[in-house]
Design a protein around this ligand. Structure first.
Ligand SMILES: NC(=O)c1ccc[n+]([C@@H]2O[C@H](COP(=O)([O-])OP(=O)(O)OC[C@H]3O[C@@H](n4cnc5c(N)ncnc54)[C@H](O)[C@@H]3O)[C@@H](O)[C@H]2O)c1
Length: 418
């Protein structure tokens, strides 16, 4: 029994929560509509409401009440960060699995738990909903949350297609609500540092952005490897370069019958000579998380697996000398200068992101990774899917997505540490 297992070793206020057999409570009301299911937010009789009273007693109402839907692999990281953020009240968690909710309760006895996300949407203590479920359910959950007047933070990729993304943007704008996408890497010290370096123009004109994100990874059931892994690189690229591709081309292969493409090479073409390439693979023997950014004056190597020196700047490049009309070989001069590793904030990206979301909700600001940011990525991914099915034929992209916040968020100045 869930009650017995979960109740072991727990003391104090939290014990009240475990008197609720969530699945059977739900089952009763669904199986027998005539029994008159209590409204999800019934103040007097719903055991869920017990937690509300405890929460009210514990935290000031000036903080932002957070409800998280989805407590699988990524949800616990979101819950932990919001639970530890000063401006947040971690109010409730929903998951379809009672085992997952039992874990929530063991760790956060005052947080309400429910197998029915509608409880969270109807909860007046919840100001903002974090959607951390598989992408196929993002649109419905996020839309319902917006319709219920809640701000929304949705995990990547924002939606399963661009039309859904646009509908969410419209719904949030109509209601004056914050809609943010969890593009976690954008909030890391490493990416913030790279953004400053690129924006500061010390690299010169950017020629290329080349990323590799491979490992022996979990084969996702609902999306291919581009929607699972490349979305991280596209979010970094979108933020660092601040411009949209005009065309994309993707090739790839599915090596397991009945499964999605597990290896892919995605190329994005931009106006001018800028080009980006993203190699993603769930079937690699080694974990690699490495990006090269080539500029006319300097180049960056970003290795996310490096414990401290994640970003290295190489003062290397070429100089074109002599008669431009002469032979190419005689015109290229090679420059090999110093390498330095800027100091990078090691604050967890998700913590910075959670704080940013709270600030945006509190002050009604446009997030760094807003709905348009999510939309741009779904447009790229959708075009990549078309290209994949045509064996790499380039697909044109016409993007008119406004860019909101562009500046790096405050993580301190870059200093030369090596
Ligand atoms: N930013 C990152 O670095 C990062 C890393 C991993 C995953 N993610 C994203 O997080 C999301 C979740 O991924 P995951 O790996 O945790 O998946 P998961 O399958 O491990 O967990 C999803 C959980 O959602 C629950 N769920 C599904 N539908 C629900 C519903 N209607 N109501 C309540 N609960 C529901 C499931 O029971 C499950 O426990 C995805 O969008 C994924 O892309 C982001």
């Amino acid at each position: 029994m869930v009650e017995q297992a979960a109740g072991k070793g727990l003391e104090g206020e939290g014990r009240a929560a475990l008197s609720v057999d969530l699945p059977s409570a739900r089952k009763r009301s669904r199986d027998d509509p005539a029994s008159g299911r209590q409204p999800a937010n019934d103040e007097t009789t719903s055991p869920y409401s017990l937690f509300r009273h405890l929460q009210r007693a514990k935290k000031p109402s000036s903080t932002v009440g957070i409800g998280v839907v989805g407590y699988g692999y990524w949800g616990p990281n979101l819950v932990r960060n919001f639970a530890e953020c000063g401006g947040a009240r971690m109010v409730a968690v929903s998951d379809l699995s009672v085992e997952r909710l039992t874990e929530v309760h063991a760790r956060y006895p005052l947080v309400k738990v429910t197998t029915d996300a509608r409880d969270i949407l109807a909860d007046r203590d919840v100001d903002a909903v974090v959607v951390a479920t598989p992408v196929s359910s993002h649109f419905e959950l996020a839309m319902r949350a917006l319709e219920a007047g809640k701000h929304v933070l949705v995990t990547k990729p924002m939606t399963a297609d661009p039309v859904q993304a646009m509908e969410l943007i419209e719904a949030a704008e109509q209601r004056g609500l914050v809609l943010m996408v969890d593009h976690t890497f954008v909030y890391t010290g490493a990416v913030q540092t790279i953004k400053q370096l690129v924006a500061g123009e010390s690299l010169g004109q950017i020629y290329y952005y080349d990323s590799v994100r491979v490992n022996l990874g979990l084969f996702q059931k609902d999306v291919n490897v581009l929607w699972d892994l490349a979305v991280h690189d596209l979010s970094i690229m979108d933020y660092v370069l601040g411009q949209e591709p005009v065309a994309v081309a993707a090739t790839g292969s599915a090596h397991v019958p009945g499964h999605h493409v597990n290896l892919s090479y995605l190329t994005c073409y931009f106006d001018g000579s800028l080009i980006t390439h993203h190699h993603v693979n769930w079937l690699a023997p080694l974990k690699v998380r490495r990006t090269l950014i080539g500029g006319a004056r300097q180049m960056i190597v970003y290795d996310d697996l490096e414990p401290s020196e994640k970003v290295k700047v190489y003062d290397k490049g070429i100089t074109v000398v002599g008669d431009q009309r002469g032979k190419v070989e005689t015109m290229i001069g090679y420059r090999t200068g110093d390498m330095w590793a800027p100091q990078v904030s090691l604050v967890e990206g998700l913590r910075t992101e959670a704080q940013h979301f709270l600030e945006c909700v509190t002050h009604r600001r446009q997030p760094l990774t807003d709905g348009y940011c999510g939309l741009r990525l779904t447009l790229i991914l959708e075009a990549a899917a078309r290209s994949l099915s045509r064996r790499g034929q380039p697909e044109a992209l016409l993007m008119e997505c406004p860019r909101g916040v562009e500046a790096p968020i405050e993580l301190g100045r870059i200093s030369k540490s090596a």
